[in-house]
Design a protein around this ligand. Sequence first.
Ligand code: NAP
Length: 279
Amino acid sequence: MKLQVIGDPVLHSKSPVIHGAMLGALGLDVSYTPQVVRRGELPDYLRWARENGVTGFNATMPHKEDLLPLLDWLDGDAALCGAVNTVCLRGGRWIGFNTDGGGAQAALEGAGLWPVRNVVLLGAGGAAKAVAFRLAQAGAERVWVCNRTAERAEALCGQYRCQALAPAGFDPATLRRLAAQSQLLVNCTSLGMAGCGRQFEDFSFLDALPQGAGVFDLIYHPAQTELLAQAERRGLPTLNGLPMLVNQAVLALEHFLDRPLDRKAMAQAAASALRGEEA
Ligand code: NAP
């Protein structure tokens, strides 16, 4: 059995370390390697993978949406959010899954930040889609999707036709007003990410959050973004993107192996391998 992660760029991906650790903990002799696949090369890659014994792969930028028309079947989350991060070859058919939303929910639960009633979610890109949809499915009464480009937030909320999702603006006054009614703020924008070069200009929405409200940043590089540092200074509980990364990988491995795993043990193996890498 061979597994891969594809993307462009992909060589920086932590997925080989995470999956290598989980496969090692299971005692399985399965390879998991990164493969650069450029935009437009997906049909060739799928042909090559089939001929070379690759039975599953994870997909990162820029393929999460481009894969949709090339697959034979989409599982629930992938079909609903219109993005795929995990693909398995089953009975000769390529099946697409999305484990980002499930990974985010598991990370929030692990940190004691879920369930909550109302969520302010910043961003409307690929990650925001998966997380907003999942939190709405998981019982949030309201998820305000706040995005710089209003049309993208409207399109995201329109796509799901789900009462819990509502588009909103990204200006400081709107963010403060919605934060005051929320128990969780989730950053799904790339603001604050290493290499992005851009930062939030105004953190006053953090002052509006009620005491005890959680602040979850999907970014894991750096481990503590300016958003999380500012939230911590205000005494708010915080969570970075690493537990989500690990949990989405655990869910992906269950799809690759087509069986349930001891999720806690898998997450622990992955987290300790990542710590070892940093040391
Ligand atoms: P994406 O599709 O490119 O979306 C980027 C989002 O950031 C868009 O909503 C965009 O708004 C917003 N944005 C960018 N620059 C901005 C600015 N200057 N001001 C305001 N908003 C801005 O990216 P993605 O794939 O969703 O990823 C988003 C973040 O999540 C990245 O940092 C990524 O590393 C992280 N992520 C983490 C995990 C994990 O497992 N922890 C998984 C997936 C992604 P516009 O629509 O207005 O352009």
